[in-house]
Ligand binder design. Sequence first.
Ligand SMILES: [Zn+2]
Length: 178
Amino acid sequence: MRFGICSDCGKRVRGRYARCYNCNRRRRRGHWYDPEHLPGQAERDAELGRREFYVYLLETDYGHYVGHTANVQARLGSHAAGEVPSTAGGLPRLLWVSRPLPARADAARFEAALKSLRDRQSERFQAITGYEPRPFQPVPAAPKRPIRAGCGLPGVAAAVAGIVVVSLLLYYGIRLAG
Ligand SMILES: [Zn+2]
């Protein structure tokens, strides 16, 4: 039995499927992203007196970044300072901010929906934000060296041996023929 890795959640998938059952079903329904699960965050927000949350859209070198925050200015500062790993190294520019939402859970749901619309290149994304959706490609990791067969010292040795054998065959072939 072959196993693969779900391209959305990274879980092990039986057979040749690109995605697990749940992720595939979510995609078919047009919901690619799950709202962020933030344990204990509601209590922390209450403690800090946060009552309004915003979904925001950034232009980055990697496409449109969608996030949510209680403090847009502070969050923009973190992005600009490279403190947010997924936008680090780019030059994030604020394009759009939602109306204030009264609960973080609502903002997280809106964020997930907007990311799904973005990656599906849906016209709804433009209707909401005013921008044509650009899917987000995370910061490219350092490429792994592909393992290429026939390279390196054994490959060179095999090639030299092959040339020698062919040369000898040709040489003696010509001598025999002549
Ligand atoms: Zn999955």
